[in-house]
Write a protein that binds this ligand. Structure first.
Ligand code: DAK
Length: 258
């Protein structure tokens, strides 16, 4: 497995785990960390032995956002030329499900990274926020759009314009996270969920992820049409035949990912 400077990677059965690993800087997302994260996610995405992924930080911080020290003196053009947005966009093109296991601070780009994942398991100490306004900017990696879609305008405005943090229980009440568990359990809970998904029919999981994400981008009619095409496409897989045959024969299916 590749040795990285800013992240650690592990596999747990069919789950690929990425730990953001700059604890001295609250896991600030410097350019190298983002490049390594993307590389690790793509490697797991291309590996048939992996069915789902987790991104996590440590108990104190999932991530405090982009590295302020790295970008403080950059000009607009320099920042644009660093290809930051391309890297972020590429994370959203990963096919397999990604779960964010969040404890402590998920701020700025850290909150946006969690939002980019497909599901979030939060510890009771998780805090979500977009503090960019306190350093003279606004979210730049999807926060104004993804938070508003999940939370609605009122709360998103407060977070973006007035640095309002969301505690874990509030995040759960507003549908931002899947569940909240004690700090000592959040990674195990994420591993359990990821493990269950990774054991399911891989092509159906991939198309299911894609279809749900399309709900954010397409009209209802377009989204329904896309869903139908994906549904019909699954009838060309061996796994659909196996899954339905196994149901009729009252046995567990054996997925091939084909
Ligand atoms: N960047 C760099 N260093 C950071 C950092 C960050 N975001 N957050 C924390 N650190 C460093 C601190 O400087 C400190 O380092 P030393 O001074 O010890 O060298 C160390 O981590 C510990 O932090 P603190 O001493 O501050 O620890 P506390 O427990 O007192 O406070 C905190 C923790 C997380 C509340 C605080 O550190 C904090 O407020 N951090 C900054 C949070 C923030 O403002 N985040 C937003 C950053 S802007 C884009 C993609 C992404 C983005 C934009 C565009 N495109 C694709 C275009 C994202 C932008 C952002 O995220």
């Amino acid at each position: 497995m590749t040795v990285y400077a800013d992240i650690l990677t592990e596999t747990h059965g069919r789950v690929g785990l990425v730990r953001l690993n700059r604890p001295q800087a609250m896991n600030a997302l410097r350019a190298n960390l983002l490049a390594e994260l993307l590389d690790a996610l793509r490697t797991f995405d291309a590996d048939d032995e992996i069915g789902a992924m987790i991104i996590t930080g440590n108990e104190k911080a999932f991530s405090a956002g982009a590295d302020i020290k790295e970008m403080a003196d950059a000009s607009a053009v320099e920042l644009m030329n660093r290809g930051l947005s391309d890297g972020w966009h590429r994370i959203s093109t990963i096919h397999k499900p990604i779960i964010a296991a969040v404890s402590g601070f998920a701020l700025g780009g850290g909150c946006e990274l969690a939002l980019l994942c497909d599901m979030i398991i939060a510890s009771e100490s998780a805090r979500f926020g977009q503090p960019e306004i306190t350093i003279g900017v606004i979210p730049g990696a999807g926060g104004t759009q993804r938070l508003t879609r999940v939370l609605g305008k009122a709360l998103a405005m407060e977070m973006v314009l007035n640095n309002r943090f969301l505690k874990a229980d509030e995040a759960l009440a507003h549908g931002l996270v899947n569940r909240v568990v004690p700090v000592e359990d959040y990674l195990d809970e994420a591993l359990k969920l990821a493990g269950e998904i990774a054991a399911r029919a891989p092509v159906a999981v991939r198309l299911g992820k894609e279809a749900v994400n399309r709900a954010y981008e397409l009209s209802l009619a377009e989204g329904l049409a896309a869903e139908q095409r994906a549904f019909y496409l699954l009838f060309s897989t061996e796994d659909q035949k196996e899954g339905m045959r196994a149901f009729v024969e009252k046995r567990a299916p054996e997925w091939k990912g084909k």
